[in-house]
Write a protein that binds this ligand. Structure first.
Ligand code: SAH
Length: 243
């Protein structure tokens, strides 16, 4: 499958407007960096055309502090305030590609996805560029306010930010076609397992004996879940309650 190139970026640096980028402008520089990031994701084995397209469309530099914007397209985690971090692009891509894999391209625009850990809102925006409806939960009010501000210009009517403890999921919106957890707990919360559609996938970093790894859960029946342990990762902790 090839990446459709005609789609305009969802957000560009100020001054360029929605119709394109001005040659020599910061928006143009960030577009080039973003294209390098997409090339690096391909080399790292990301194949899903929808993931690559969504990450090409969402301007990651607008989600980090301006002082860090020049590093926004490197494959690194960056601080986003309140002691939290935005995940590295390759991790975002890998998680979304993994949960999306069984969802046929034609179904993705109708799929409902839950994210736990909005952070700066970057991954939520990527998900919203790819799926029909996205609900993203954050437990730190200050970060949720930042995410809302970061996301405003993107005007994503299919993205809903929820303030709460994401370990409880979003029961009123369940079941979900995919769930992505962006913070590491010691187990996958049972509420989330029960809010998965049959069949569907969930991905979450899990910490055991000081090491974290991505866990892929496939719900294969009403009472049946299948677990696969994937790559080693480094995420901030999944915490209870709200602040
Ligand atoms: N997806 C984010 C990365 C967020 S870092 C991005 O693109 O920026 C993980 C986030 O999970 C942090 O903001 C942290 O506050 C949040 N978090 C931790 N425990 C949580 C919980 N129980 N419910 C909701 N959010 C939680």
């Amino acid at each position: 499958m090839t990446v459709r190139r005609e789609v305009r970026p969802l957000a560009v640096a100020s001054g360029a407007g929605a119709s394109g980028t001005v040659p020599g402008s910061p928006a143009m520089a960030s577009e080039r960096s973003r294209q390098r990031m997409i090339a690096a994701l391909r080399s790292a084995g990301i194949r899903d055309a929808d993931v690559l397209l969504a990450m090409d469309r969402v301007a990651r530099h607008l989600f980090v502090d301006p002082a860090l914007a020049s590093r926004a397209y490197e494959d690194v985690a960056l601080p986003i305030g309140h002691g939290q971090t935005i995940s590295r692009p390759s991790t975002v891509a890998r998680m979304i590609e993994t949960v999306a894999a069984p969802i046929p391209a034609a179904q993705r625009r109708k799929a409902k996805v839950l994210e736990v850990g909005t952070g700066c809102g970057y991954q939520a925006a990527v998900l919203a560029a790819m799926f029909g409806e996205v609900i993203s939960i954050e437990r730190l009010r200050g970060l949720q306010d930042n995410a809302r501000a970061n996301l405003r210009a993107l005007r994503l009517p299919n993205l809903r930010l929820v303030f709460g403890d994401g370990r409880l999921g979003a029961p009123s919106a369940a079941p979900f076609d995919a769930i992505v957890v962006a913070a590491a707990g010691d187990a996958i919360p049972e509420d989330l397992l029960l809010q998965m559609k049959v069949p569907s996938r969930l991905i979450a970093p899990i910490e055991a004996s000081g090491r974290q790894s991505l866990h892929l859960v496939e719900r294969v029946g009403p009472d049946s879940w299948h677990l696969t342990v994937l790559d080693a990762v480094r995420f901030v902790p999944l915490r209870a309650g709200t602040v």
